[in-house]
Design a protein around this ligand. Sequence first.
Ligand code: ADP
Ligand code: ZN
Ligand code: ZN
Length: 733
Amino acid sequence: MTARTAEVAVFAGLRGPARTFSYLVPDELDLLPGHLVRVGLGQRAVAGVVISLDGVPARELRPVDSLVHPLPLLRAHQLALAAWIAERYRCGLADAVRAMLPPALASRARGSKLGAARGERSEPVFTIAPAGRAALDGGTRFGARQLITLRALAGGASAARELAEVGGTLDAARALARRGLAVEGRRAVRRIPAEFALTEDDRMRDVPATGAQAEAIAAIIAALGTGRGFLLHGVTASGKTEVYMRVAAEALARGTGVVVLVPEIVLTPQVVARFVARFGERVALLHSALSAGERFDEWRRVLDGAADIVIGSRSALFAPLERVGLVIVDEEQEPSYKQESDPRYHAVDVALELGRISGAAVVLGSATPRVVTYHAARSASLAILDLPTRVSDLHLPPTTTVDLRLELRSGNRSTLSTALRTALVETVRRGEQAILFLNRRGFATIVLCRDCGYVVKCPACDIPYTFHADGTLVCHRCGRRQARGPERCPACGSPRIRQLGVGTQRVEEEVRATVPTARVIRLDRDAVRAKGAHAVAYQKMRSGEAQVMVGTQMLAKGLDLPGVTLVGVVNADTILNLPDFTAAERTFDLLTQVLGRSGRGPAGGRGILQTYLPDHYAIRAAAAHDYAAFAESELAARERFGYPPFGRLVVLATQARRLETVVRRSDELAGWLREAAAADAEVLGPAPAFAAKRAGNHRAQIILRGVHPDRLLDRVRISDEWTVDVDPVTLLG
Ligand code: ADP
Ligand code: ZN
Ligand code: ZN
């Protein structure tokens, strides 16, 4: 076979879906799949990655111009994974390949060579020139500063820090350079962002593992190289991170690379910091908080073999490790593991597939795994490892549920129940700390029946209307307005249906009024717009400067505050009211995480959950810290409706300026799908999307639900006017 062709995914900064083009392989080029090449595209020369090699060309083709980097950028296991992603999530292979490469690759590969990691930040460095040595020996006269600096350079110092140690300065070094006595240059600095840099040494490394940890560690180590998957199920502070680090050390010792996925890295810097403290320079950070250039640099360090343990968000899965021995997914239940643009992959499923392809052991860690994962673990496709108790003798905080309907009946109209108010006053009086959590920011207010919990919703979007100060109800999805709320509850007829404020600012005000002597801080997206504000708030609590923290989801994660003895959930129901198949699961997860902030110190702790739905299984189970009970009820509910894991889902979504266009288009497709549907899937809808209107576009969706909804997609062609989301984590797109 002489003339061969190469399919090349071209990265020309092309918007929209990535495309592949065929090129002729010149005889002198020994191309492999994964190679970065330069090819002509129209008038331009651009970079691209060879995704496959084929036989004789069927037509006249342009040849590949040159090879940009001697080694394939994508390893064989990555190309196999890209093929799986394209197939599973119904996207183009080029899209899947592009998702595996750093966004800055195209620009860095503009020349005929792939740029080295060059560091976004650089610092000036100096070396002494021959004339400088001569001047030192020859008794040339200097100012004191310059003399000290020149001597330091003669002694091998080069950067500002080294000069400063002996009293030299950058200014003096520059002056010497101007006199021809020193040479100035720059060098890249790789900076581990301050929030990930841990100064204290890592004393945990040598602490003996607990019995449960030891069992988990042994099981995972035994599975290295087998592609086996595990669910590491352990409450917060049960020692999961320590397990991750010990199995990672073993995988590294065997010469294989490690991938650690963490959600929302900015909110959980501690986990990253602990890995950095233990593994140092071997760690590469790949996450969205880095600039494109920094990401490229970190990726390049992995490609070059300088780093072999990669920590980051979803895309860290695609780091070019030569061999992957272990993949860890921390907090596997996090919805952010699902990518909400093409390719719409779920990082957990991709991690498991990467394990199958590469033989890596895969560990999914969580205190509150998705019931899908839990079900898989019980049905033996994953092995389950339990860390049932906290490492220290700390107990999970006993939690009381407060029925807000009774509270209102007894005449309390504030957002804080009598029980929570009393507990807060007590906590502050004892000099302890409290966290109050709620799910919304600003003054968002819903209209709710105090007797049955009914919430007034937009008839078009089925989400709660927001009550505005002038009395109107506004739907913040579609913009629909209603002049006033109903006089009586449409569900139970009660007249006690009124607005209910659940904003952080309002709670903050009530807290200040309740405990006027306490220092109160607020933590929500409004309050932490400024970079680093999250860390500052955390420090204020840690140091005891603040006593009460009021906030949203942001304070659910990661915060280790031993002084906190009370966690109050102002309204546990906000997510539960959403019409989504994961609403109960997300509620249980969030409440568990929030309650886990309490009782992490010697003084113990307690929790108070305020709710209008005290009998809901998600609320009951969260208050009792009973994951198994929650999973039981949730799985039963899922089974009744054929939701995952008992069926799979595909969401097809479309949008257009004109409502008629959307209606016609979706009716048409739904008709075809229904005609083609067999036992594989049922077709639900079309229906207006949860966000029925966005940016001037009307939106609609069709849901496929069944054992093999993807097979239906083989039989019906879906046009580019639709997005296809296989295995969605929400139906509220
Ligand atoms: P998780 O990841 O489940 O929240 P961590 O691994 O962070 O749990 O452990 C919780 C705390 O217990 C941490 O401060 C950790 O350093 C400590 N710890 C973990 N394992 C041990 C052990 N075997 N002995 C003593 N302390 C431990
Ligand atoms: Zn609406
Ligand atoms: Zn009612």
